[in-house]
Design a protein around this ligand. Structure first.
Ligand code: ATP
Length: 199
């Protein structure tokens, strides 16, 4: 799976629509301090569903929206789109090219899209589960994260291996099924209680 393009609009320091085309091989982004290199990494994490403002280096979600500068007024929303090559069908979706977008407005309204069709955050999570590109996966390694992984507890490190081995999706489905079974068990108990009362 290849990340082909990143489009940012109103996201952090990227006030106007900015496109970054990424070719095969290694891509390096260089620039002076404070020019927005890390903001691009934040944008990738954000569009993949990051909900932690701390991880996005902010104090509230509104901080991802361009807040204005000496020559530009603040923007009302932030939008990021990733274009991924899916010819190898690593993403369980029929298209050979996949667009993932997230849009966030100052009033708190949030939208997610897969190939321009609005979807839920859950759909984005499920699409990227076990691909290594989920919001908590290992494809995006931030500053200091290597040390964090090396010094983490075995249970925490296990999560990385589980994602790489492709079992996260099944674990999540198992949990959902257990919750449904418990709900059904409770419903059955309620029905039995009602039957006893009626008899
Ligand atoms: P360094 O090399 O020092 O790590 P960098 O190139 O990674 O720097 P970033 O941390 O990506 O830089 O960008 C920081 C800049 O982004 C700061 O100038 C900050 O003012 C700007 N910035 C962050 N959030 C916003 C926002 N919501 N609106 C406008 N500008 C923002």
């Amino acid at each position: 799976m290849l990340l082909k393009k990143i489009e940012l609009q109103g996201f952090k320091s990227f006030a106007n629509k900015t496109q970054l085309e990424i070719d095969r091989g290694v891509t390096a982004i260089v620039g002076p301090n404070g020019s927005g290199k890390s903001n691009i990494i934040d944008a990738i994490k954000w569009v993949l569903g990051e909900q932690s403002v701390k991880s996005l280096r902010g104090s509230k979600m509104e901080d991802v929206i361009f807040s204005g500068s000496s020559d530009s007024r603040q923007k009302n929303y932030a939008q990021v789109t990733l274009t991924l090559d899916n010819k190898q069908k690593l993403l369980d979706i029929e298209y050979s090219e996949v667009n993932i977008s997230r849009r966030y407005f100052r009033d708190g309204q949030s939208q997610y899209f897969i190939n321009k069709t609005e979807c839920r955050l859950k759909d984005i999570h499920e699409l990227f589960m076990d691909t290594g590109l989920g919001k908590e996966a290992y494809s995006v390694i931030g500053q200091g994260q290597v040390d964090e992984i090396l010094t983490s507890r075995p249970e925490e490190r296990r999560i990385i291996f589980e994602e790489a081995s492709g079992i996260v999706k099944y674990k999540s489905k198992k949990l959902q099924s257990i919750q449904k079974l418990e709900q059904t068990q409770q419903n059955l108990q309620r029905v039995e209680d009602i039957i006893i009362e009626v008899e």
